[in-house]
Design a binder for this molecule. Structure first.
Ligand code: FE2
Ligand code: FE2
Length: 182
């Protein structure tokens, strides 16, 4: 059983859906300010706040216990991707504020950072699903996966656990519907 990595992959499905929304938003000449804020809030609180916390605070340290390095190799690459993502989100937030203050020239900068984030996260999720999580599955016992999954629930849980994250997933689905995705 790979409960913990399966739970992270389930989060990925929703994060990818959010990047689909972002990509669609960037095709529009003007932006809905509420939706811009909503996207950033969901990234900060769900993709980074809950999902990356599960990885950085629980899965990666567990893998380090099993012999992986925090200083080099695949976990370092993942940590660097998370950090790069935070930079794009900071830029997005900064330019959304300018856009909302009445500066339409800030919108292309918002869009540029949204597309950078989208590209980064899709590639990152591909690396985790195909490589890193499979490495984790090779070294973690079913009991360790279960224990990690239980700890995930304390961070904000999974849609299947019905805690915390389910609200964000619901909000992503509402956005996806507003932008005619799936
Ligand atoms: Fe990650
Ligand atoms: Fe991830």
């Amino acid at each position: 059983m790979n409960l913990a990595t399966a739970n992270l992959e389930e989060d990925h499905v929703h994060i990818v859906l959010l990047t689909d929304v972002m990509e669609k938003m960037t095709t529009l000449p003007t932006a809905n300010s509420f939706h811009l804020d909503e996207v950033v809030t969901i990234i900060k609180q769900f993709a980074d706040g809950i999902h990356h916390a599960k990885e950085e605070d629980l899965l990666f340290p567990k893998m380090v216990e099993k012999g992986f390095s925090f200083q080099q190799g695949p976990i370092t690459v993942m940590m660097n991707d998370h950090e790069q993502g935070r930079t794009f989100v900071r830029n997005m937030t900064e330019h959304i504020l300018k856009y909302k203050a009445g500066n339409p020239e800030a919108l292309p900068e918002v869009y540029k950072n949204m597309l950078n984030y989208t590209e980064l996260l899709r590639a990152h999720i591909g690396k985790e699903n195909n490589i890193l999580f499979r490495m984790a599955d090779n070294v973690l016992t079913p009991e360790e996966q279960q224990l990690l999954f239980d700890e995930f629930k304390q961070i904000g849980g999974s849609s299947s656990a019905g805690i915390g994250a389910s609200d964000f997933i619901h909000r992503i689905l509402i956005l996806a519907k507003a932008y005619n995705i799936r």
